[in-house]
Design a protein around this ligand. Structure first.
Ligand SMILES: [Zn+2]
Ligand SMILES: [Zn+2]
Length: 253
């Protein structure tokens, strides 16, 4: 499974994205969080997702499926989804929380899913999982050819049903919301993770076989204003075995 990071930021976007970094990626001017799996499965489509396709020279007409984590503006940009669907030679399948009622979009096939529901296409098998966030949030367990990925952006901690579903899955990769930096006392405790929260979760991931022994715990959705510069954060957390995502990063698992 190839995972391409199209964006790794939270909603506090750098104003430099409109100027200096309009046509290039930068580790400290992160774009709206989204990943592309095997060139065809997109998770989230925010305000910068199509820019990231363009800058990285990726072909967005190959996208067959869009999995939405929730409906905050930095993850769901209706205009960009409409543009993406227009480029697609086939109807774009959009998967999202069944309680949401998005407006119809031309050439988009709507597939509402409920927490704990399994769904399948010719490309992947996935399970929608409850998330501790707002705007109809879901995490996703995605499996392709026996390789398992957990994507949890946005959300804080893990809800009980979700953690039970993750136990013994031995994910090859877990991507978590790391909005808040390496400090305690932030008010976002109930909607986003901080690095100390991820440290606590990582220990249980290991003891409960949530993550494979050689699995990658990757942190994304980092708020520019709540973190030190990327290079500093990445170097210090690499010592603890965490991978800090950056725009344009590729993971093969
Ligand atoms: Zn977000
Ligand atoms: Zn959000």
């Amino acid at each position: 499974m190839n995972i391409r990071f199209l964006g790794t930021g939270a909603a506090d976007f750098s104003p430099l994205l409109e100027t200096e970094f309009k046509n290039k990626l930068d580790n400290n001017a992160r774009r709206s969080s989204a990943i592309l799996i095997d060139e065809t499965v997109l998770i989230d489509c925010g305000p910068h997702t199509l820019d990231s396709f363009r800058i990285q020279g990726l072909d967005c007409t190959k996208v067959t499926d869009l999995l939405l984590t929730h409906f905050h503006d930095d993850h769901y940009d209706r205009n960009n989804i409409a543009k993406l669907a227009k480029y697609c030679p086939h109807p774009l399948r959009m998967w999202y929380h069944a309680d949401a009622s998005p407006e119809p979009i031309e050439n988009v096939e709507f597939h509402p899913v409920k927490p704990l529901e399994t769904f399948k296409t010719d490309k992947f098998q996935a399970v929608a999982l409850s998330a501790n966030h707002t705007e109809f949030p879901l995490h996703y367990d995605i499996e392709i050819g026996g390789v398992k990925l957990f994507y949890g952006c946005d959300g804080a901690w893990l809800l009980n049903d979700t953690f039970y579903a993750m136990m013994h899955r031995e994910y090859q990769c877990i991507i978590l919301d790391g909005t808040v930096g390496d400090y305690n006392g932030d008010y976002r405790l109930g909607e986003h993770n901080s690095i100390p929260m991820i440290r606590l979760m990582a220990e249980s991931f290991r003891t409960q076989n949530v993550i494979a022994s050689n699995g990658i715990l990757c942190i994304s959705h980092l708020a520019r204003t709540l973190h030190k510069p990327h290079e500093e954060t990445a170097a210090s957390l690499a010592k603890e075995g965490f991978v800090i995502a950056y725009d344009g990063m590729m993971l093969t698992i």
